[in-house]
Ligand binder design. Sequence first.
Ligand SMILES: [Zn+2]
Length: 298
Amino acid sequence: MIPRILLCLALCLPAPAMAENLANKLFGAKQAPSQQDPMPIGSYARGCAAGLVELPETGPTWQAMRLSRGRNYGHPAMIGFLIELSQAAAQIGWGRGLYIGDISQPRGGPMTSGHASHQIGLDADIWWLAPQRLDLSAKARENISSIPMRSADQRSVTEAWGPRAAKLLKIAASDPRVDRVFVAAAIKIELCRGATKADKKWLQKIRPIAGHDTHFHVRLKCPKGARLCETQKPTVADLSNGGDGCDDTLTWWVTDYLNPPKGAKKKPKDDDAPRKKGPREFTLADLPKQCRTVLASD
Ligand SMILES: [Zn+2]
């Protein structure tokens, strides 16, 4: 009889070639968008994107950061949104505009490091560092860091917080193209404090999430006519609490989440929370079939 462990070595482990065929690697290796009409394919955390466009590295009101990562590509709707938001940021005196972090890889898809989502060109990270200059060299953009807007103990905002930061989030969340904006819970708690009834609608789009202390994350809805793009259902909490999310589910992030009581329920799964072990590995078979065409396209 063959010992079980040997049998498993032969059958249970992926063949050595498998690692090379991981969708994370295949999409990570692409240097340019596909020459196809723009189309987000699949869902934010499981998909890819055709016909993405590059956010120019520097513009009148923005700079793309960490250029070596090659993640300054998005759906044209996202690139248009980011440029407009950077103009609005400059207008309210949020420095000179925006420092923009990761959007997607040239053809979207899962990544070898970092995010779970950002796969279909409709997610973008925006640094909490308000730009004092927009002439940073590529090298400087590798080396400088954003600033924390949430305290290290996760319970409050830092002194960087203020009315301009709140205004910037309000502008982003009030945009009809935006599906949701992820922030550290302490930021949402700050926004809920003293919020009026009129704020309910945009506050509903501001969602607490783990991590995200030095940037906020904007997610757009599927653009009109994007038939391969899967929309995201609102979370149960949003439907049950009257809409703005300024309630116990929010307090949980600065109580039980940080100090879980014995026998506490596990926290709700979130598709964009950073994973300790790095992003999930996907094979091409895990992704919508059109992603093969995206990879093979010129
Ligand atoms: Zn993000």
